[in-house]
Design a protein around this ligand. Structure first.
Ligand SMILES: C[S@@+](CC[C@H](N)C(=O)[O-])C[C@H]1O[C@@H](n2cnc3c(N)ncnc32)[C@H](O)[C@@H]1O
Length: 293
């Protein structure tokens, strides 16, 4: 697999994306049989994984259908966006609301792509009824279809050996075996999901990590973090992992949106294995705290 450039543009825009740090984090991925990503979201790590065979999963059905379309029918995916985008330019912003309403009825993945690319600040937001409710971004035309087509074709290449699932993460982890690697980027500990009503249960999550330890699967977890004065402090029990570092994952999209003082977001990275010295040096040079050796 040819490694992508670190400037690779996202194909699906996702808040909480690991885009800024994916090249750096991927250096910590050890050799393994299968790469698992149970909370794939915008999949920033997928092109940078150095394990060919991948399994990616998310709880949001339309997201997974879109990932499969990008992998299997990239040309069609690009045309589907282009058709909607041209209507938007010609007929005005009511096209956005028409497509958003249709999406809320059908969950069509191409409608999903279009609204995520033309909504306010690209923020994917659902109401309590599970309806996408962000508004149209009046001052932006949405990404040009030719630009998006190139991005889709590039990503399609990186997804060829990835199998997608739409399950709860616990079900996908049942498939893992000795010698596999799992990258975990769950919702912040203890927070209510943006897309699901259920709270993310930390005890079950810790149980899953312990199970991975017991079968000899390696994992890397980005977890608790800090954004400005807000702290999502859910320290992982020290018996579960071997190493920890902090990584700057970008600026809070919410403070950016509110145009208040922009908060830098720092997240913890936990590993259940010993990375080589070379890998540690590469990553810790850019981290805020040395890895515990
Ligand atoms: C922080 S985001 C992942 C971001 C991703 N690493 C990226 O680079 O875009 C967490 C993801 O977990 C998904 N999720 C939340 N609860 C889940 C569950 N119980 N099972 C599977 N996925 C879940 C959310 O839909 C969301 O896409």
């Amino acid at each position: 697999m040819i490694k992508p450039k670190s400037t690779l543009k996202p194909v699906i825009k996702w808040s909480g994306s690991k885009r800024q740090v994916a090249p750096q984090l991927s250096r910590l991925i050890p050799d393994a049989n299968v790469y698992y990503e149970p909370f794939v979201g915008g999949g920033a790590m997928l092109p940078f994984r150095n394990i060919r065979k991948g399994v990616a999963n998310d709880i949001i059905p339309e997201l997974i259908t879109l990932w499969e379309a990008i992998r299997d029918t990239p040309e069609q995916t690009a045309v589907e966006y282009q058709t909607r985008w041209e209507r938007l330019q010609n007929e005005g912003h009511q096209v956005y609301y028409e497509i958003r309403d249709r999406f809320n009825q059908t969950k069509n993945c191409f409608d999903f792509l279009f609204i995520t690319r033309t909504c306010v600040n690209g923020l994917i937001r659902y109401n309590d009824k599970g309806e996408f409710n962000n508004s149209f971004h009046l001052t932006r035309p949405g990404i040009n279809p030719n630009t998006l087509k190139n991005i889709i074709l590039t990503w399609s290449y990186y997804l060829k050996d990835v199998v997608f699932h739409n399950l709860d993460y616990t079900d996908i982890l049942q498939q893992t075996k000795t010698g596999d690697f799992v990258f975990l980027d769950p919702p912040y500990g203890g927070t209510k999901g943006r897309y699901t009503k259920a709270e993310f249960n930390l005890d079950s999550f810790y149980g899953e990590l312990e199970r991975l330890n017991s079968i000899g699967a390696k994992w890397m977890l980005t977890f608790d973090g800090k954004a400005g004065n807000r702290s999502y402090n859910y320290e992982l029990p020290s018996s579960i992992y071997q190493h920890k570092t902090f990584i700057k994952t970008g600026n809070s999209p919410f403070t950016k949106m509110m145009k208040t003082t922009i908060d830098a977001v720092h997240e913890s990275v936990y590993l259940n294995f010993d990375p080589t010295c070379e890998l540690l040096t590469n990553v810790s040079q850019q981290s805020n705290q040395k890895l515990a050796l």
